[in-house]
Design a protein around this ligand. Structure first.
Ligand code: PEP
Length: 252
């Protein structure tokens, strides 16, 4: 039984003050959440405000990136050691907005390993561009991203990795993959995991969908057998819409 996992990626939105205000409004309405994991990923600077305001809440805090070293002369970067110390539990690695800025599969693989080595969990993003989809290259692109991103990662660490399938053409564009399009890709990802690891891992790994998820499409997405949760950008920035997404199973 894969526990549904819903994460909000706030990108470069919300100052510490705005983060506190959001969580103060949001928190009381997610108190009784059961059989679901909810994660908020604010910008680095707003993480302490999120952790403090959440207190003992079940809602977890994630970061949007982390470096592949623990310390060093890396101006402007943040390491997983630092993130763990301030209460971060998850780190998003390989988001397409970072890949577009030059992050490649080798760097992503090093980052994933370092996050895991520091006892944190990873949301590992993969996805094809529109041009790649139109060339029927979705599967080959994902295969490379997955095999290289997971290179050298032991089977015992896989339970701390969530895969987020985020077609680049659906991120922030208002275009969503249809639920069945997304489910087909999730099945393909399970096959890759099955080949690389085993049938058990392919069954157990949680795969989120991301790309213009909103209250209007969450129910159909979550009805798909291979979609185990969502990674939400824009719609996680408003309390109302994020709550509707989290409570997708209570509004049918
Ligand atoms: C994202 O940032 O991972 C994302 C999916 O964004 P949006 O929901 O805005 O498309």
């Amino acid at each position: 039984m894969r526990v549904p996992i819903i994460a909000g990626n706030w990108k470069m939105y919300k100052t510490p003050k705005e983060t506190r205000q959001f969580i103060e409004q949001f928190q009381s309405q997610v108190k009784n959440i059961q059989h679901k994991e909810v994660i908020i990923c604010p910008p680095f600077i707003s993480i302490p405000a999120a952790v403090e305001t959440l207190g003992q809440s079940m809602i977890q805090v994630g970061a949007q990136d982390a470096h592949f070293c623990n310390d060093g002369a890396y101006t402007g970067n943040i390491s997983p050691v630092m993130l763990r110390e301030i209460g971060v539990r998850y780190v998003i690695i390989g988001h397409s907005e970072r890949r577009q800025e030059g992050e490649n599969d080798e760097i992503i693989n090093r980052k994933i390993k370092n996050v895991l080595n520091n006892g944190l969990k990873v949301i590992f993003c993969v996805g094809e561009t529109l041009i790649q989809r139109e060339k029927n290259a979705t599967e080959s692109v994902l295969q490379v991203q997955l095999m290289q991103g997971l290179q050298g990662i032991a089977v015992g660490d896989l339970s701390r990795i969530i895969i987020a399938y985020e077609p680049v053409w659906a991120i922030g564009t208002g275009k969503t993959a249809t639920p069945s399009q997304a489910n087909d890709v999730h099945q393909f990802i399970r096959q890759i995991i099955g080949h690389k690891y085993s049938a058990l891992q392919s069954e157990e790994i949680r795969i989120q969908y991301g790309g213009s998820v909103k209250p209007e499409n969450i129910q159909l997405l979550m009805k798909q057998p291979d979609i185990d949760g969502v990674l939400v950008g824009g719609a996680s920035l408003q309390v109302d819409s994020f709550l509707k997404i989290i409570h997708y199973d209570q509004t049918e």
